[in-house]
Design a binder for this molecule. Structure first.
Ligand code: GDP
Length: 196
């Protein structure tokens, strides 16, 4: 079924748990390395260009941002990781902020973990992936920037990512915010998770 976005509203940003909106709707969170294309992916899913700001200065967004979609579910933009120029104090806050959210948010249905299709998963990617698996959070891995990968390298990169995550290739969603490849498939996997 085709997804129609009737409304997408920025609800607020939080660092502490007290700042989260109430647990009234199911939600899906998006995580990834800074600059991986997380904002572009969320905007592509929503079909609006400017809801989530794509940043020129990676690693600056260090809050958890909540968006209410169709008054039916939340999309949650988690702070990016792995950007070297983030000050140590900011980086030190990232872990506890993520851990509190991921462990305590009762309405969290899944995390979309966004990886770069051009490169193998980074140690930071794998650390988050393994932590999510160990914690029992349903995780949908998405390989983005597919438009930047030569046709001849696609199956190799896919196999490499699948091996690193201990998955099979069909568990991975290949995506591009430029060509919109993978958008329908990702929505097909998300929709059942955000029904009440
Ligand atoms: P974020 O920091 O993870 O939110 O990343 P952004 O969405 O801000 O994207 C970082 C950079 O990658 C920007 O220059 C985007 O235009 C670019 N980008 C994001 N997604 C894609 C994609 O699917 N294909 C291509 N070619 N570029 C992308």
């Amino acid at each position: 079924p085709k997804v129609t976005i009737k409304s997408a509203v920025f609800v607020g940003s939080a660092v502490e748990r007290a700042g989260y909106p109430g647990e009234s709707l199911p939600e899906v969170a998006f995580a990834g390395r800074s600059n991986v294309g997380k904002s572009s992916l969320i905007n592509c899913l929503l079909g609006t260009k400017k809801l989530v700001r794509t940043s020129r200065t990676p690693g600056r967004t260090q809050t958890i941002n909540f968006f209410r979609i169709n008054d039916a579910f939340f999309f949650v933009d988690l702070p990016g990781y792995g950007y070297a120029k983030v000050p140590a104090a900011v980086r030190a806050r990232w872990g506890p902020m993520m851990e509190t959210y991921l462990k305590e948010r009762r309405t969290l249905r899944a995390v979309v973990q966004i990886l770069d299709f051009r490169h193998p998963p980074t140690p930071d990617d794998l650390a988050l992936w393994n932590w999510l698996q160990a914690t029992g959070v349903l995780t949908l891995p998405v390989l983005t920037k597919a438009d930047k990968v030569k046709k001849s390298l696609r199956s190799k990169n896919l196999a490499q990512a699948a091996a690193a995550l201990a998955l099979t290739s069909c568990d991975l969603i290949v995506f591009s915010a430029v060509t919109r490849e993978g958008r329908d498939l990702l929505w097909d996997r998300l929709m059942p998770l955000v029904v009440p």
